[in-house]
Design a binder for this molecule. Structure first.
Ligand SMILES: Cc1cc2nc3c(=O)[nH]c(=O)nc-3n(C[C@H](O)[C@H](O)[C@H](O)COP(=O)(O)OP(=O)(O)OC[C@H]3O[C@@H](n4cnc5c(N)ncnc54)[C@H](O)[C@@H]3O)c2cc1C
Length: 447
């Protein structure tokens, strides 16, 4: 049994949280979107939360965890899904939010500490003409480190692809979990070792990411009578190279009825976009032919009157909007093959009817525009969920299963990076980092 009082005392001045209610709160993420994970993870808590103020603090905590042989699970904003930040075997939760310094912004490259909130980064860099290439729809609460270690793509991916696409994440400074921790820098393709690895392969303290030039972004909402027309329009705008965009999301009725704060025409299917003001004229020209009705156009950064940013109705926020009204729903994560994406989206809608409420987010993968989807599912049983997944996979749609905690079982198209087990062996020889999440990793023999 670990003597947690002694452990905390050995950390000296490094801040810790021992209040049981706060420890429980900081042991949770958004795993409860999945009724399957809710059952498994509701009672998994850390023993202690530690809040490092500096990289030296991080090194000291890693060394103590190695010395005491206790698990260490890293936490950013705690907005991850599938229990990524839930400590399955207790131990320390390392909350990184106090490492929140932007270090430099030069020639379109941002270097920042991992605890920076994504929204704070954009607020600080837009004045100088730069913004993040992509962000999750949790931009207002998620951290830079959590996005790289837990996320995959998001708003901006229609132009820049996913986090794994070469050129988006340039380098990562990573601490090992050993009695004498080492600092290593991963660059270029090596960064895949920590990307979407759930903090199992090392503790990232700093990241360098490529930025995009700021544009005068507009939130644009368009209503369509027919879902397929909206989807075709999304594809057309996605492929229109001259139209600058950050988001193209198509949402099937009746989902928009549940969107708080967005007054949508009843019974219509929506296309929600973030489009450069410079591209509104060509967008509207194409819209005249496509037959949709534009009912909102507002500067994306003008949230006066408490307006919700449009991206907070898309990606996995669509599920959240729905869950606020109906706790029985859940979701799935799909990636449709380019070229057949619209045909397969239509096929799945026809096959599942009301059981699966579709919304798709367009993105550019390998230079081709396709769509991912996080459809809202009316949940019945685990067996039925497995069937729904199998039907998608048999049709050629890739599924990243959000109802499992392990990287191997959940990764799907997000892929467990080839270098991840090797990096874990190097930087986490005692297998203390987020134990239980990299199922196939066998602990190396350590003296
Ligand atoms: C409503 C909703 C919408 C979402 N939309 C998107 C989306 O559009 N795109 C997307 O990709 N994701 C999305 N997500 C998932 C999640 O919000 C993002 O991936 C987010 O970037 C996670 O950041 P965070 O700071 O909250 O990370 P956390 O949840 O705190 O951590 C995520 C994972 O990263 C690890 N980690 C955190 N910091 C570090 C570090 N410094 N070093 C090593 N490992 C670390 C944690 O251990 C954990 O495994 C969504 C989730 C919700 C609930």
């Amino acid at each position: 049994m670990t003597d947690w009082q002694r452990f905390a005392a050995e950390l000296g001045a490094i801040p810790t949280i021992t209040d049981p209610a706060l420890v429980r709160q900081k042991s949770r993420d958004f795993y409860w979107y999945s009724p399957i994970l809710k059952k498994q993870l509701d009672r998994k808590f850390a023993d202690l939360v530690v809040v490092p103020r500096t990289e030296e603090d991080v090194i000291a905590v890693a060394a103590k965890c190695a010395k005491w042989q206790v698990p260490l699970t890293i936490r950013g904003g705690g907005t991850g899904n599938y229990g990524q930040a839930v400590p399955l075997e207790g131990g320390v939760v390392l909350e990184m939010t106090a490492l929140d310094r932007i270090i430099s912004l030069q020639d379109g490259l941002l270097t920042a500490q991992v605890g920076c909130k994504l929204a704070d980064i954009d607020a600080a860099t837009t004045l100088g003409g730069w913004e993040l290439r992509m962000h999750p729809s949790t931009k207002r609460t998620a951290t830079l480190g959590g996005f790289i270690a837990g996320g995959s793509a998001g708003v901006g991916s229609i132009t820049w692809g996913g986090l794994r696409d070469p050129g988006n994440v340039i380098s990562a400074r990573v601490i090992s979990c050993e009695k004498t921790p080492r600092i290593i820098t991963l660059t270029g393709e090596e960064v895949a070792g920590v990307n979407h690895a759930y903090g199992t392969t090392g503790i990232i303290t700093e990241l360098t990411v490529a930025m995009a030039p700021v544009q005068p972004w507009m939130d644009v909402a368009i209503a369509f009578d027919d879902f397929d027309d909206a989807a075709r329009f999304g594809q057309e705008i996605g492929e229109a190279s001259g139209i600058a965009k950050k988001l193209l999301s198509v949402i099937a009725a009746p989902l928009p009825r549940y969107f708080r704060g967005l007054h949508t025409p009843e019974g219509k299917h929506l296309l929600l976009g973030i489009i450069s003001a410079a591209s509104l004229v060509p967008l509207r020209e194409k819209l005249r032919r496509a037959g949709g009705h534009e009912f909102l156009c507002a500067p994306s950064d003008d949230l006066s009157g408490g307006r919700t940013p449009l991206y907070e109705y898309t990606w996995n926020h669509t599920t959240l909007q729905m869950l606020r009204n109906d706790k029985s729903v859940t979701y799935l994560q799909c990636l449709f093959p380019a070229g057949r994406n619209l045909e397969l989206v239509a096929e799945m809608r026809a096959k599942f009817g009301d059981e699966l409420l579709m919304h798709v987010e367009f993105l550019r993968i390998g230079g081709r525009v396709t769509c991912s989807a996080l459809p809202v599912i009316r949940y019945t049983t685990e067996e039925r969920m497995a069937e729904i997944i199998a039907i998608h996979e048999a049709a050629g749609i890739s599924i990243a299963n959000p109802h499992v905690v392990t990287l191997e079982d959940g990764a799907g198209h997000k892929k467990v990076g080839d270098g991840q087990p090797a990096l874990k062996a190097k930087l986490d020889p005692y297998a203390l980092l987020n134990p239980g999440k990299m199922r196939t990793y066998q602990q190396a023999k350590v003296a």
